[in-house]
Design a protein around this ligand. Structure first.
Ligand code: HEM
Length: 461
């Protein structure tokens, strides 16, 4: 029987490290306790267990309805953003039903609809960037992913109300764009409304404005029902529970807010990282360009989705620069032994994909960006696990991967970009997620014309 080791750093220091340098904190502990350790970090509860071992993670996530559960109360840190009634805040049957309701919107046939849309939005957004002037890829990717998720949620992204919503959402989430401002989410005592000049005050005002826009949309839809609409808001409005009750306005608002927030921040960071790694590794970029050069203008989104090297590039990006560090918390319901470690009832545990993805035994030379590893080896869903697993596995996984591939393929095929400088990017906390510290500063050198592309590439060699 093995004891789960505990991080010995004083609790207060661990809490600060977790907010201001979470990746450093995880890596230091990983070097001491390679498979599993107990942490004392703010926002997740005392003595929370982090594991990077794929077998332990697999056991927990494949038993997270009985031996382990995934209680919503432990996700309370998200409450200020998403309220009490979102899928993340539901448990048991209600949780399962809500997932079943929204999942089809992000899979199969619906994805195909988003394919053309994603390419169109990417072109529109990229078109507006002036040539030879630096821009931040993280911001541009956020513009794209926010527009895509707005279309999925509302069925439209144009018009005064949607534009206002988009601007407000961006402003609200940008309030958490640094580790310091992210601390407001972790320390409830900092969550005080001291007027518009105080960070929390600004957050509350943005949120209030967003709520008004969402409620106005719900009210309009109720006034003009259209049975032909297939967007998520329409699906949610039409759905009823087992007692025949439909969702009230507050429930609708919380779910929409969840999908809007969870559905674009993470994807935007992942796409910005993909552009960074491609331009940081010319040989990888070249190999991808060879694959993309085989496409024709009428290649379907699903064909692009299945391209092997593009898939390897996106997987390697999600491995080395995952947007989420952890799964949501799972709680042991009985005494369970996994790989010689005993979990007592009530023990809280999280799969740490950030560390799993840096395991030398799975990914030799783990800090190197090397898409080829995904072509040489098949990883299990618990060795490569950017979207978690089990009962709370990401509902937007398919959309995120589809969108990421289409956006990267569209930009790489149509534009010549370069990094604006040689400074390396690092991962930094952005709210509860990770994003590139400097925002990936890039420059558009020009639009690719099939012939010019080759000339430009040749002249550089
Ligand atoms: C690169 C992009 C994304 C990453 C890395 C990511 C990652 C994750 C992770 C790690 C979880 C927790 C899983 C667990 O506890 O096992 C999760 C949950 C979730 N994600 Fe994502 N996600 C992404 C994109 C999206 C998108 C596009 C949407 C919406 C369309 C979305 C909606 C959600 C929701 C609603 C949950 C909670 C599910 C539940 O409580 O049942 N995510 N995501």
């Amino acid at each position: 029987m093995k004891t789960i080791p505990a991080c010995k750093t004083p609790k207060f220091v661990q809490q600060l490290q977790w907010i201001f340098n979470p990746t450093g904190y995880l890596q230091t502990n990983h070097s001491r306790y390679p498979d599993i350790f107990k942490a004392n970090v703010i926002g997740l509860g005392d003595d929370i267990i982090f594991t990077s071992n794929p077998e332990i993670t697999q056991y927990i996530l494949t038993h997270d309805r009985q031996q382990f559960t995934a209680p919503s109360r432990l996700n309370a840190i998200l409450r200020p953003l998403i309220g009490d009634y979102s899928v993340i805040m539901l448990d048991g049957d209600r949780h399962r039903q809500r997932r079943q309701l929204v999942m089809p919107s992000f899979h199969g046939e619906r994805l195909k609809v988003y394919g053309d849309l994603t390419c169109r939005i990417t072109q529109q957004v990229m078109e507006k960037i002036p040539q030879n002037q630096p821009f931040f890829a993280r911001e541009i990717m956020q513009d794209i992913s926010l527009k895509v998720i707005m279309e999925a949620v509302f069925g439209v992204s144009q018009g005064e109300r949607y534009e206002a919503l988009e601007q407000r959402l961006k402003k609200m989430l940008d309030l958490f764009n640094s580790p310091i401002t992210s601390a407001f989410l972790f320390f409830p005592f900092m969550q005080k409304d001291w007027g518009n000049w105080s960070p929390w005050g600004r957050f509350l005002r943005q949120r209030e404005a967003i709520d008004q826009l969402i409620y106005a949309e719900i009210s309009d839809r109720k006034g003009n029902p259209d049975p032909d609409r297939t967007d998520i808001l329409s699906l949610l409005m039409a759905a009823t529970d087992e007692q025949g009750k439909s969702m009230n306005d507050q429930e609708l608002r919380d779910e929409l807010m969840t999908l809007l927030v969870a559905g674009h921040e993470t994807t935007a960071s992942a796409m910005a990282w993909a552009l960074y790694w491609l331009h940081h590794n010319p040989e990888v970029k070249e190999k991808l360009m060879e694959e993309l050069n085989t496409l024709s203008p009428d290649t379907e989104g699903m064909e692009i989705f299945r391209l092997p090297y593009l898939t390897a590039v996106c997987n390697e990006t999600l491995r080395l620069s995952p947007s989420a560090m952890l799964t949501f918390t799972r709680v042991a319901q009985e005494k369970v032994e996994v790989l010689g470690y005993t979990f007592e009832p009530g023990d809280m545990v999280q799969g740490c994909m950030y560390l799993t993805h840096l395991r030398e035994d799975l990914y030799p030379n783990p800090q190197q960006f090397n898409p080829q590893r995904f072509l040489d080896r098949q990883y299990t869903p618990y060795e490569f696990i950017p979207f978690g697993g089990g009962s709370r596995r990401c509902v937007g996984e398919a959309l995120a991967q589809f969108e990421m591939k289409l956006v990267v393929a569209t930009i790489m095929s149509e534009y010549c970009l370069k990094l604006a400088d040689n400074q390396p990017e690092k991962q930094q906390r952005r709210g509860l997620t990770l994003s590139p510290t400097r925002g990936v500063k890039m420059i558009v050198e020009g639009k690719r014309q099939p012939e010019e592309v080759r000339e430009l590439e040749l002249s550089r060699q």
